[in-house]
Design a protein around this ligand. Structure first.
Ligand code: FES
Length: 323
């Protein structure tokens, strides 16, 4: 067990249930060996798991945060991703014991908001489902949910979410059938700023669109989470490069499909991280030399001149970093 990974305490948890809940989406229930209490989490939290291939992935917890004896996650098989989700779905079975970091939350539900607008694209429903379950079981504050997916067969928790429609909740489920021309128009929802807080989780194009449409909203009222988005996928023009760690005077090759952070870890060099998708800022690292292909959503243009996020950004040729 690597206690330092992600700077969170880690635990061995038992997989007590797995089941497919939609095309390409598998649900996993995790509990302590003795069935006792687990470290607390709050709505929107995620856990970091070590997948059978040895890499680490973050998955949002989708059960109600008031449940103290289990974490439930749903994992989408990301064909064309970095392989973590496939390793997890194919390699983890009921009864297995897996290495899990204590929950962390980069997508906190602001409990002071009078109402909420939730926008979920595909598997981005998972943290939002935890929020809705929490709200329905506690304050009962009103919310709107826009759940945007390709088709009914690929929509996780479909029946449960349909049943959540009620006096304090307005639920819209939209399928685009894979055709961008059928994309749901969110502008009428976001055109007029209100006192609501917006929570959006889903693929990169959806989050970019919501970001563009909420520029006139108060900054503190618009929240994004992008686990599972295309941001962390390899792109066709990825090439291997060399990273030189100045402090230890060592160099590693970073192949296509692995990040700087993953390569460092595989050589026993650890670094703090959390989201591992370029959004939280935890893995910020000084760039000493070289050209970086920045892929994060955290650094400003100015900051990019001398920093990079090693969980996601890549280099060209050789880069040197302050590690
Ligand atoms: S770990 Fe969050 S930006 Fe790298």
């Amino acid at each position: 067990m690597e206690d330092a990974v992600n700077n969170r305490e880690r635990h061995s948890l038992r997989v007590t249930r797995t089941e497919p809940i939609a095309d390409g989406i598998q649900l996993f229930e995790l509990r302590a060996h003795d069935g006792g209490q687990l470290p607390e989490f709050t709505p929107g939290a995620h856990i970091n798991v070590r997948v059978p291939s040895g890499n680490f992935r973050n998955y949002s917890i989708c059960n109600d945060a008031r449940e103290r004896d289990r974490y439930v996650i749903a994992v989408k098989r990301e064909v064309g991703g970095r392989g973590g989700s496939i390793s997890f779905i194919d390699g983890v079975h009921t009864g297995d014991v897996i290495d899990v970091g204590a929950p962390d939350n980069l997508f906190q539900l602001d409990l002071s908001a009078p109402r909420y607008i939730f926008i979920a694209g595909g598997i981005g429903i998972t943290p939002i489902l935890a929020m809705i379950r929490f709200l329905k079981g506690s304050s009962g504050k009103p919310f709107e949910l826009y759940y945007l997916t390709r088709c009914a067969e690929m929509t996780a928790f479909l029946d449960e979410i349909r049943e959540m429609d009620g006096p304090n909740s307005a639920i819209t489920i939209h399928h685009d059938n894979g055709d961008p021309a059928n994309a749901f128009n969110l502008w009428p929802v976001l055109e007029e700023p209100s006192k609501a807080h917006i929570y959006c989780c889903g693929p990169r194009p959806l989050m970019d669109a919501v970001r563009d449409m909420t520029g006139h909203w108060p900054l503190h009222a618009v929240h994004f989470e992008d686990f599972g988005s295309d941001l962390v996928r390899p792109s066709a023009d990825d090439t291997p490069f060399t990273v030189r760690l100045a402090k230890s005077d060592t160099s590693f090759e970073v192949p296509v499909g692995l990040t700087i952070l993953e390569v460092m870890r595989s050589h026993g060099v650890d670094a703090p991280s959390s989201c591992e998708s370029g959004t939280c800022g935890t893995c910020i690292t000084k760039l000493l030399k070289g050209e970086v292909d920045h892929r994060d959503l955290f650094l400003s243009e100015d900051e990019r001149a001398s920093n990079l996020m090693i969980c996601i950004s890549r280099g060209r040729g050789t880069i040197e970093i302050d590690r």
